[in-house]
Design a protein around this ligand. Structure first.
Ligand code: NDP
Length: 370
């Protein structure tokens, strides 16, 4: 007989209506104290109209709390296409040179930085100085030092800073966080979490260290670091790491092609992870004292597949970007602080761990994180 998990039982017990009621409540971590929402939306400007900005624009179309109000781009031809497609007025269209004049534009509340990683710091700091809240894509920056400057700039300007950690609003990931932190199967002892894909475009900025800060670790490995931390609810105490294999030395001459690392946590739990540009991998697995749980795929955009040692997990396949924008927009509109696990304080933790991973891979030493 097929066993059902604790969570899928909760969902199935009440049928579709229960699921529809439960999902929004688990997607939004913080409850809004004031329930009187007047329907106003947060006006968002996207900076850097690349692939992910396009996906965010789709999310913004179905967001209840945010709307696409402005764009910042280096390409006038792109501006023309976006202006037409999303009905963006000329006064809300900027380029990188005149970006700072956005300070005078009362119709933009929040800047969403979707630029190559090495540009995150500059545009976050400029946005904060312009008096705008900021969402900055992951990784927050290419160094922990830059993260510190971003946090300080936003604090000094009285602006909120969120990092684009979309999985904090995704039901399957919220469930593995619950299973781990609430010790539903006992203490988690071992996590294996890996993310990678194949890339072979030498022109792609992700292969150039000056813009990316690093290879697959910076780009996608950060999700594995995140999931191990939020499932355990602990911070790693030390790390060991190894580069390789590099199957194409010509293509991967500035950044690593692959990297594997091991995080050691205070409870004794260990997380083994790889991130790579050599092959497709998207999986999270945790083994606890009395059972296991896993997602595969479970880190990309979905639909996700999950199971525990009790049986399959069943959650709705949501628009992750809309859920993330709603979670953030709702709080900013209500003038409430964002929860620390999606702010700059969270982003800098991941950068410190990634710097230690690179240091360990380069030296062969175990690096302490405490
Ligand atoms: P793209 O290369 O597709 O787009 C980046 C955009 O940045 C360009 O289209 C361009 O926009 C602008 N840009 C400005 N200067 C440069 C430059 N020197 N080189 C290249 N682009 C430049 O990247 P992505 O959209 O995939 O990634 C952008 C950010 O979003 C990254 O930090 C990435 O990590 C993050 N991301 C997050 C994801 C998530 O799931 N949370 C998924 C994918 C990416 P324009 O022409 O308008 O000036």
């Amino acid at each position: 007989m097929k066993k059902i998990s604790r969570r899928s039982f909760l969902f199935n017990a009440g049928g579709a209506t229960t699921a529809a009621v439960l999902v929004p409540s688990i997607m939004h971590h913080a409850e809004i104290k004031s329930q009187s929402y007047d329907g106003k939306k947060l006006n968002v400007a996207l900076v850097g109209l690349g692939t992910y900005a396009g996906i965010l624009a789709t999310g913004l179309q179905s967001s209840a709390y945010c709307r696409l109000a402005g764009i910042v781009t280096g390409h006038p031809a792109k501006a023309a296409v976006w202006k037409e497609k999303y009905k963006i007025p000329d006064k809300n269209i900027y380029n990188y040179e005149n970006f700072d004049t956005i300070s005078k534009n009362k119709d933009i509340d929040l800047i969403y930085v979707v630029l190559p990683n090495a540009m995150h710091k500059e545009y976050t700091v400029r946005a904060a100085k312009a008096g705008k809240h900021v969402i900055c894509e992951k990784p927050m920056a290419t160094t922990a030092k830059d993260c510190e400057e971003m946090i300080t700039a936003c604090k000094n300007a009285g602006m909120q800073l969120a990092i684009g950690y979309r999985l904090h609003y995704e039901p399957y990931n919220l469930e593995i966080k619950r299973l781990g932190q609430q010790k539903v199967f006992g203490q988690v002892r071992l996590i294996e979490s890996s993310l990678g894909y194949r890339t072979d475009d030498p022109a792609q900025w992700r292969l150039h260290k000056a813009l990316s800060g690093g290879g697959p670790l910076m780009n996608v490995g950060i999700y594995c670091i995140q999931s191990s931390r939020y499932v355990l609810g602990e911070e790693p105490v030390s790390v060991t790491a190894q580069f390789g294999p590099n199957t194409n030395a010509e293509l991967f001459k500035e950044v690593e092609a692959s990297i594997t690392w091991q995080l050691q946590f205070p409870s004794g739990a260990v997380c083994n992870s790889s991130s790579t540009y050599n092959c497709q991998v998207d999986r999270f697995f945790a083994s606890a004292e009395n059972g296991q749980f896993e997602l595969s795929p479970g880190i990309s955009y979905g639909p996700f597949v999950g199971k525990t040692s009790d049986g399959p997990l069943h959650f709705p396949d949501i628009n992750q970007q809309a859920a993330q924008l709603d979670g953030i927009g709702k709080l900013i509109l209500a003038k409430q602080s964002l929860p620390s696990h999606i702010t700059g304080e969270e982003g800098i933790k991941d950068l410190r761990i990634m710097e230690a991973i690179y240091q360990s891979a380069a030296t062969g030493n175990k690096i302490s994180l405490i």
